[in-house]
Ligand binder design. Sequence first.
Ligand SMILES: Nc1ncnc2c1ncn2[C@@H]1O[C@H](COP(=O)(O)OP(=O)(O)OP(=O)(O)O)[C@@H](O)[C@H]1O
Ligand SMILES: [Mg+2]
Length: 234
Amino acid sequence: MADVLEIRNLSVRYPDGTRALHGVDLTVAAGQRLGLIGPNGAGKTSQLLAVMRGVPFEGSILVDGVALSRRQAARARSQCGMTFQNADDQLFMATLLDDVAFGPLNQGSPADQAAAAATAAIAAVGLSGLEHRPAHHLSGGQMRAASLATVLSMNIKLLLLDEPASNLDFRSRQRLLEILTARPEAVVLATHDLELVAQLCSRVVVLDDGRVAADGPAASILSDRALLAVHGLA
Ligand SMILES: Nc1ncnc2c1ncn2[C@@H]1O[C@H](COP(=O)(O)OP(=O)(O)OP(=O)(O)O)[C@@H](O)[C@H]1O
Ligand SMILES: [Mg+2]
């Protein structure tokens, strides 16, 4: 199957001069679920933000075969959705329904279809009944679930999820697992939750100090205690 994400020689340097990534290569096949693990400050969030064009980067990023630097960048960008490490960064509209309808509206869906997609996504994450609450009146775990709903409501090929299970109770975490297992989109899951990676991902990339330290089948990387220990993960 075609690659939905192809990253070549990606470097991220923040305006203050901090270099977060140094020449990263990474491809994700359509429908593949990839765990992106690594110690604090490794560059996981920076990598996801680069794909969303949220940070300055050098190198090439192709989403569904289209370069983010090209004129069709808007089309490439509209194929992916990201949930932020801080869920409250995600939610900024007057109500939960507005937040979750924002993506489909932005993709050009008519208002009634966007509202229907949003209502379905809110139900899928277990938040039915809270549609008209402002997000800042939700609990931490509800906010986390809401931020997932903002990408599930869209028709996209790639989900970039930054710590999607933090603050989730057991039941909500199970729901997250079931949702992602059943969805067709490719997933890049940046997390410290190795159990979640083991449950969801077929492949794992270890990032450390802005570089890819390992890339392989989840089962072999997650069982390599020495490798995990070297990178501060076990
Ligand atoms: N806005 C910023 N300005 C300057 N440096 C930044 C900025 N955001 C992140 N960094 C730096 O970039 C590097 C990578 O950070 P990043 O947030 O990508 O790491 P991470 O792997 O997601 O870490 P964590 O596991 O703690 O979430 C770190 O050295 C961090 O201090
Ligand atoms: Mg991070």
